[in-house]
Design a protein around this ligand. Structure first.
Ligand SMILES: *Cc1c(COP(=O)(O)O)cnc(C)c1O
Length: 392
């Protein structure tokens, strides 16, 4: 057999019994979701008032072992508010990974700040603390108590760590580097709900985190997001900012600053409550699916399945094949092969510094992500795929 037919055979052993086309990621709904959404509709409270939002926030805080959770309209809004809470202001620079979904960079721009792109490390796909440490030592300069980028003169005010495809960043090491410069760390945990780093949930590894409940994420509220916060004062501020900065009063309608209409609607929260009840089962299924892919690709040469970092327990939100060598032609050939067989496969995101609006942004050497971009192929990862295969 040539390599493409071995590869296809490996994919098909895992996906056998499923309906084709096989999507990259689909949500799964049970009667519980139907019931809670119907209850919400029957109550008439589908929008900005209702009990489900409070319930969802408490349920999520309990699941994470977090202090405070504020539910919002989507993960991008959660990132935007997280950056504001961290003190990011106009003309700052914020350190973010070049390998991320565009929302990470966009949220920085919403604050009037500039995304400053850094490299990942190959075994986590996230920010590499050692390389970042060397880089910050080289470019940062203390000026009147403020750390500035020597080359641009801009204040560097935060670091966003994104847990790529669900796999945790080496947060312990990253937090040490950040603390050296007094930089707050924000977790972009949009993809990693339920993933653990050294036994602790992602989303609780820094003082502020953002989560997404978009339709393709591990649980969904249709569209939605959450901000996870340690400090009570900041949590109160997050709630205020995301609810149009309205002053609480029996009848007056007044606002004390320019707020945002970012509150999660009650209808979405109802769906979220039901989905959150099932997350442990989803993660178990996803981990079994990842095992099945690993077994199937064990004997395929030149390609492997990306494995969680050794210090973590990943939710394996999205499985990825990893070519042994960076070869764009080979990557594209695999993408074509799989898509032709109605198996949805996708490259990782176009690196942030290659997008037209971020082309001229400050950046470090990005050789690791440039390499990874040519080697990674995301493959179908819906939790229910494993049920049909007999791998259970
Ligand atoms: C999905 C995602 C977001 C944004 O979430 P939305 O709910 O789609 O706004 C942000 N960052 C990353 C890494 C994501 O994958």
């Amino acid at each position: 057999m040539d390599s493409s037919s071995t590869l296809l055979a490996a994919m098909k052993t895992v996906l056998a019994g499923n309906q084709f086309p096989v999507a990259l990621h689909e949500p799964s709904f049970s009667e519980r979701e139907q019931q809670l959404v119907k209850d919400c509709l029957d109550s008439g409270y589908v929008s900005s008032v209702g009990e489900h939002v409070d319930r969802f926030e408490l349920q999520l805080a309990e699941y994470l072992g977090a202090d405070y959770v504020v539910a919002v309209v989507n993960g991008t809004a959660a990132l935007h508010i997280s950056l504001l809470l961290a003190g990011v202001v106009v003309s700052d620079e914020v350190i973010i990974p070049a390998l991320s979904f565009v929302a990470t960079a966009n949220a920085v721009r919403y604050c009037g700040a500039t995304p400053h792109f850094v490299d990942s490390e190959p075994h986590t796909l996230g920010i590499g603390p050692a390389k970042l440490s060397d880089y910050l030592a080289e470019i940062l300069q203390l000026d009147g108590g403020v750390w500035r980028n020597k080359n641009t003169g801009c204040r560097v005010s935060a670091i966003v760590a994104m847990h790529t495809l669900g796999h945790p960043v080496d947060m312990g090491a990253l937090n040490i580097v950040a603390a050296r410069y007094g930089l707050p760390v924000i977790e972009d945990a949009a993809e990693s709900l339920g993933s653990c780093y050294k036994g602790k949930m992602t989303g609780t590894l820094a003082s502020i985190a953002a989560i997404s409940f978009n339709g393709n994420k591990i649980i969904t509220t249709g569209g939605g997001g959450a901000i996870v916060i340690r400090d009570k004062q900041l949590a109160v501020r997050a709630k205020h900012l995301t609810t149009t900065a309205k002053i609480s009063h029996a009848w007056e309608i007044a606002h004390d600053e320019t707020g945002f209409n970012y509150r999660m609607p009650n209808l979405n929260a109802a769906l979220g409550c039901a989905q959150l009840e099932r997350i442990t089962a989803f993660i178990e299924q996803k981990r079994r699916l990842a095992d099945a892919y690993s077994d199937a690709f064990f004997s395929v040469t030149g390609i492997s399945v990306f494995q969680e970092p050794e210090f973590s327990r990943s939710n394996y939100w999205l499985n990825a094949l990893l070519l042994d060598e960076a070869d764009l032609d080979k990557r594209n050939a695999v993408l074509k092969l799989l898509n032709n067989e109605a198996i949805m496969a996708r490259p990782v995101w176009t690196l942030m510094h290659k997008l037209p609006m971020y082309r001229d942004n400050p950046r470090m050497d990005l050789s690791v992500v440039e390499d990874l971009e040519q080697r990674l192929i995301c493959i179908p990862s819906s939790p229910f795929l494993i049920e049909a295969t007999g791998h259970a």
